[in-house]
Design a binder for this molecule. Sequence first.
Ligand SMILES: Cc1ncc(COP(=O)(O)O)c(C=O)c1O
Length: 342
Amino acid sequence: MDFRSDTLTKPTPEMRQAMITADVGDDVYGEDLTIQRLEAMGAELLGQEAALFCVSGSLANMLGLWLTVERGSEALCDSQAHIVRAEMGAHAGMHGITTRTWRSPVGVARLEDIEPLVSFVGGYLVKTSTIEIENTMNFASGAIQPLSNVQHIAQYCRDNDLALHLDGARLANACVATGTSLADYGRLATTVSLCLSKGLGAPVGTLLASSKENIAKARVQRKRLGAGWRQAGILAAAGIYALENNIERLAEDHQGARAFADEVRAVAPWAVATEIPTNIVVIGTGSLTADEVVAQAGTQGMIVTKLAAREVRVVTYLGITHEDCVTGGKILASILKNAEQS
Ligand SMILES: Cc1ncc(COP(=O)(O)O)c(C=O)c1O
């Protein structure tokens, strides 16, 4: 049972069939009709004018921030944001973008935490260009950004000439859990991403959506970074299949994650600090180290991720059954039974 990440999904036979029969062409020449179909579909779903198929969520974030943050300016984000914790310094290293972070105990972005950080002064203070939020929050137990919070932040951005980038790697999880649409969130952002390769089950790919003008610029920068596609309609076909068939199914992953957390809480109530809204469970390891927990889980046939010295993460996804979640939760509970809250 491999609970490391929902990026581990493998294409189902039906998805593979869609890939085999995809119409393909050279996308750098603008000739891959399947990619064009996916991009049109993504733009509409996300409530934006245009979309760009990217190889990864990291690339979509890179291009999204590059569009609105000039070299030497800054983006503000949560201290747990994927862009600062897990994108290998790409935004600074490749695009000269600096970041400053706010702290939110449960990963929920609130304007009152963000506003005091905003710097409008050029000249001697780094100028804030963009606010970045992540929905759902990977490193904060899959926390959902409430739509009203995002509306407030978006309004503030509009009023103050700031851009809003929404890292929607798992936006579909947030929407399924709250009964909102992708466009409800997507249309609020200047630039928004949506990963097809996580819970949605495609092998590769993330959409970046924005205005037509922005997407045309991002297409050029993507090529500059060496990530122009050729006959990648094979991959886009998997993305189309994912959008048409795998969104509602995410609810099963959420139920599985809650079942996992319930098993752990039954024995170690301190270990799971928050409610589990989507498919990610961050578990404190108390007096055991995360390394010890990962090793003990391994001997019992289960893989979990070390997130910090005393924190592990479990992610549910297509291919992990509800039974796996209950069994996995029991295994982790048995490991934490003798640990103490630290
Ligand atoms: C919130 C978030 N954003 C972006 C990414 C990057 O996606 P990729 O691994 O496709 O680069 C991830 C990956 O897990 C993520 O969790």
